[in-house]
Design a protein around this ligand. Sequence first.
Ligand SMILES: Nc1nc2c(ncn2[C@@H]2O[C@H](COP(=O)(O)OP(=O)(O)OP(=O)(O)O)[C@@H](O)[C@H]2O)c(=O)[nH]1
Ligand SMILES: [Mg+2]
Length: 310
Amino acid sequence: MPKPYSVINEEIKDALKGKVGEERAKEIRKILKEIQWDVGDYRKIKDKLRRELNEIEMVEQAKKASRKSTKTKKETPQILVIGTTNSGKSTLINNLCGTEIPVGDYEYTTTEPQYGALEYEGIKFQLVELPAISEGGWIYDKSTLALVHSTDCLLILGKSFEDFTIVLSELEEQNIELIEKRLGDSFAQTSPRRIPTFLVKKENLGLISYNNLKNVFVNNLDEIKKTMFEISKPVRIFTMNSFNEIQDQPVAFYNDTVIVEDVVNKISKSKIDIFKDAVVLEGGPNGRRKRVGITYELKDKDVIHLTFQK
Ligand SMILES: Nc1nc2c(ncn2[C@@H]2O[C@H](COP(=O)(O)OP(=O)(O)OP(=O)(O)O)[C@@H](O)[C@H]2O)c(=O)[nH]1
Ligand SMILES: [Mg+2]
């Protein structure tokens, strides 16, 4: 005799309580096996579980992919703008990027990710608004969640203490760890992945101690850009031609250590075998002039002139 629907429902809730990620998926697979009936309410329960399993598997895959890509350096740092509805996400991106994302004083105006781009101190950033987060809302929105897992940085926007509480507890629920600044040697983090995060708030909400995340005010656009820049920690290298003309746009790297070989690989990969040496102006055009080899470690704002064998 099958157990009553309500009993099974309670048992499932208990069994899944506090379980996330792989552990939750494992438990769901076990429950699906245990429920032998596949009709009526039982089918409804199973369908719901199957959907959730499917979504968890997707997120886990995305997580694995982002771990694997530790060595692939991204060209453009990506900042995900997240927050509850009406927190001003679209308005902020429009103000920062000059985009025209529709803004509305009704809830859930933005239903698909929206993109903007901006340049600051020679670095291009991509900003992405995610559809608003509501309490418990992410359980069924795993494709959005997959974007969170693979991003370089989260900007959490809010106008009240409750806004931040909802977003931070949703992230915690999904086992997403946050840090203020990126760790280690590249954007793509090693496991467990911790996502660089900062909070942007409308007014003084006394949130300063929240996970020690940096707080910035929404009207301080320069400070927001600066924080994005600091989190990405780019190493900008300016190239110089034989006429001592220095390019306006730097070549950007996001690894902690950048050597001359990285620059050659990025701008004249085919010439790596005929690399001769390089002249570096330390820290800028007026810096000390040095002749260096392929393994020389470069610093932010160094100017480089590469020479190759004829
Ligand atoms: N006073 C004030 N109003 C703002 C500010 N930012 C946004 N608003 C208003 O708040 C409302 C919502 O702004 P949106 O930018 O659409 O908010 P959102 O977070 O993108 O909202 P959803 O896409 O619906 O989740 C609009 O009426 C904006 O004009 C702000 O800094 N101050
Ligand atoms: Mg919006």
